[in-house]
Design a protein. Structure first.
Length: 160
């Protein structure tokens, strides 16, 4: 079930909604080699009218299953957005879906959760990875300091 609100009912005042969004309802097509969603998204939000828009504030959280980008260890991580705030508009490119009086807020929550995902998950901040690979990487970068590719490209080649 997507997260929907009845816009007409909001005319009498703000409403608070708490619950869970199944992964299939907001991230069915999400794939990432290092990050997976291993719990539903929990939300506790307040929705109120803001002119023609809806102001949505509250908190979101979800459990991630991650693979450390340095040592490949599997670990879990809580992604929390304690001060979620977004504006749902019904016109333009950022418009949220609306069917009659029923607005679907799922894309708003999805966007902030996706923005909060770690691009480079680490099992701990000072993870040194696999020692021998780290050495190989340093010498590799030393030999080819300016071959025009990004450092990430060099890292990717080393993973082979
Ligand atoms: Zn690690």
């Amino acid at each position: 079930m997507p997260l929907t609100v009845n816009v007409r009912l909001l005319e009498s005042g703000p409403t608070r909604i708490a619950g869970e969004l199944a992964v299939d309802d907001f991230a069915a097509d999400f794939t990432d080699p290092l990050v997976r969603f291993v719990s539903p998204m929990s939300y506790d939000i307040e929705v109120q009218r803001n002119g023609p828009d809806l102001a949505v504030t509250g908190k979101l959280s979800i459990t991630l299953g991650c693979t450390c980008a340095r040592c490949l260890k599997e670990f879990r991580s809580e992604l929390g957005i304690p001060r979620f705030a977004a504006l749902a508009t019904f016109t333009g490119e950022e418009a949220v879906p609306k069917d009659g009086d029923i607005a679907d807020l799922t894309p708003l929550l999805r966007e902030d959760i996706f923005l909060g995902l770690p691009a480079n998950p680490l099992c701990r901040p000072d993870c040194r990875g696999l020692a021998r690979k780290a050495k190989a990487r340093d010498s590799h970068l030393g030999v080819q300091p300016s071959d025009g590719s990004s450092p990430w490209g060099a890292l990717d080649r080393l993973k082979l």
